[in-house]
Design a protein. Structure first.
Length: 557
């Protein structure tokens, strides 16, 4: 029963802490509360055995420290004192969990809170059942750590973090005297075991005993916030209702009745109002609309009840959300945060990856454009270009005109440094490109590299713009004129799919040109003569002057 009493709160803490996001808030708190209830029932059973039946229970788990005459085991003993302490610890903890189930019901981080609370109970039980001063000190120390975690649970609040730091720093003073007391016990008794110390106490000089007792008294006073060492407890009363709301109300009253305050705080009113978004107030009661411009819909198809919930679901910090809230500015060119439903015209004006841009990007990927996944689990991908130096105007046109919204203002990179023959640039990283990576590439385990392929939904983003930029990026012409589209990266089956697409979309007839590239057979699409004029008319409006040489045209044509 003693093992059940000790281990069940630890199991509840581990399950809620590590698997709470999968179990959900409700199941996590029910499971943790159930483990505390089991621990409480077991403690009552132990109380009956120890107090009423006059028994003593010892649980020796394993040897721990053995240094000359000092031997300490991982062991727990239940006598009448510790047995009577188990009852209030587990019972009060159980009712605290019951209260917290209701009190914390609106918080999005309930699994983390109940994990801390259950862990606090576990170390309290270690503290009262350890059979040596060192075992008790382990429980003692980690009770302080879990107190710090609970006090700083709302870690975005400065007051909560200050309170937590104040608590743990003042407790360090108590821990220091506890350690000094243990060192005196080792030097005097040669042991930290309760039974050994208590049996030898009558034979020890009373002055030494008074000194040891004084050390433990100061340690206890710091831990239990007795007078003189109680300052941290007054600051540790952190709750759901943020004091900013009440500060704002008081400031408003003073502002209303004191004209001299109006000038002082007129420029700060907006800041005060924005700070209030961390609580559930009139700002959050309207809900948080998060528009995903990539999906062109509200995220998760619902309104988030608070910034905390929004932060947890989207893995975006609360500070970032509050910074972008109601500004109509895009976060990562994807999200808009608002407390009210936005008009469709506003959303359309902010969309970065428009249908036309998606079509053009498809043309780049059919050509020499390359998607690269950046390092890191949460990093997105970017679109990279390597273009010959003779097409420098084309590179500048793509970077600073077509893709100006998704590229940085940095200059093109030329290489090699001496007598450069190519230039390179890339876009910023976006989730849209990460999703494109999944459909445009696959990992070849034999070659241990990513291989480009045709996506299954290619027809959705294949237009005249796609064909034009594919040709400018990786096409050429020969006498006739005969036009070719390079498809070196694709298999014969994929090339046939592209030929069929050209026929169905634009009624262009095409053939194949077979060539060898490093002992590898490659295929290129050849636009037949009877379709050459149609091909030229389709793409000509989108060809920039400096690239018209590919169509065998002058720049002014």
């Amino acid at each position: 029963m003693l093992l059940v009493t000790l281990i069940t709160p630890l199991i509840g803490s581990i399950v809620s802490g590590f698997f709470g996001r999968y179990l959900g808030a409700n199941l996590s708190k029910i499971f943790v509360t159930l483990t505390i209830f089991i621990s409480m029932i077991a403690s009552y059973s132990i109380y009956i055995d120890v107090i009423l039946n006059d028994q003593e229970i010892t649980l020796n788990i394993l040897p721990w420290i053995s240094i000359e005459y000092l031997e300490i085991d991982w062991a727990f003993t239940i006598d009448k004192l510790s047995g009577s302490m188990l009852i209030p610890v587990t019972t009060i903890s159980f009712f605290v969990h019951i209260f917290a189930c209701s009190y914390m019901s609106s918080d999005p981080h309930q699994p983390r809170f109940f994990s801390y609370l259950s862990l606090f109970t576990f170390f309290m039980l270690i503290l009262v059942t350890g059979n040596s001063y060192l075992t008790m000190f382990i429980g003692w120390e980690f009770v302080g750590v879990t107190s710090y975690l609970l006090i700083s649970f709302w870690f975005t609040r400065i007051t909560a973090m200050k309170s937590a730091l104040s608590a743990i720093l003042l407790n360090r003073m108590g821990d220091t005297f506890f350690i000094i007391g243990m060192l005196l016990l080792i030097s005097t008794f040669g042991s930290l075991n309760f039974a050994t110390v208590f049996s030898l106490t009558p034979y020890i000089d009373s002055n030494i005993l008074y000194l040891i007792m004084l050390c433990f008294l100061i340690a206890t006073a710091a831990k239990s916030a007795q007078f003189g060492l109680h300052n941290w407890l007054l600051l540790a009363m952190e709750g759901k209702k943020n004091s900013i709301k009440f500060t704002k109300i008081n400031l408003f009253n003073e502002y209303s009745y004191n004209p001299s305050m109006k000038k002082k705080y007129s420029n700060r009113s907006h800041t005060i109002f924005k700070r209030d978004i961390y609580t559930k107030n009139e700002y959050n009661n309207k809900g948080i609309y998060v528009y995903d411009l990539y999906l062109n819909s509200v995220c998760n198809e619902k309104i988030f009840s608070s910034i905390s919930e929004c932060s947890m679901k989207l893995h975006i910090s609360r500070n970032t959300i509050s910074k972008y809230l109601n500004t109509h500015k895009l976060f990562k060119s994807q999200y808009i945060f608002s407390t009210h439903k936005l008009d469709g015209n506003i959303i359309n004006s902010l969309i970065v990856f428009t249908p036309i841009l998606k079509n053009i990007i498809t043309g780049f990927l059919l050509g020499d454009g390359h998607l690269r996944k950046l390092s890191g689990n949460r990093s997105n991908s970017r679109l990279e270009f390597t273009i010959g130096i003779k097409n420098i105007d084309y590179a500048n046109y793509i970077k600073y005109t077509i893709l100006n919204q998704i590229c940085t203002n940095s200059k093109l990179t030329f290489w090699p440094k001496e007598n450069p023959s190519q230039c390179w640039f890339s876009t910023k990283s976006y989730k849209y490109f990460t999703d494109l990576c999944k459909s445009w590439y696959y990992n070849d385990k034999v070659l241990n590299q990513r291989i480009k392929r045709l996506p299954y939904n290619l027809t959705e983003n294949f237009s005249k713009e796609t064909l034009a930029y594919w040709f400018m990026d990786d096409g050429y012409s020969e006498l006739g004129p005969m036009y070719f589209l390079c498809t070196d990266n694709f298999t014969l089956k994929e090339v046939h799919i592209l030929q069929k697409l050209l026929k169905n979309k634009f009624n262009l007839d095409s053939g194949l040109k077979i060539r060898k590239n490093n002992n590898k057979i490659c295929y290129r699409i050849k636009i037949l003569k009877k379709s050459s004029i149609d091909f030229q008319n389709i793409i000509k409006p989108y060809i920039i002057p400096s690239m018209k040489y590919k169509l065998k045209l002058n720049m002014n044509d």
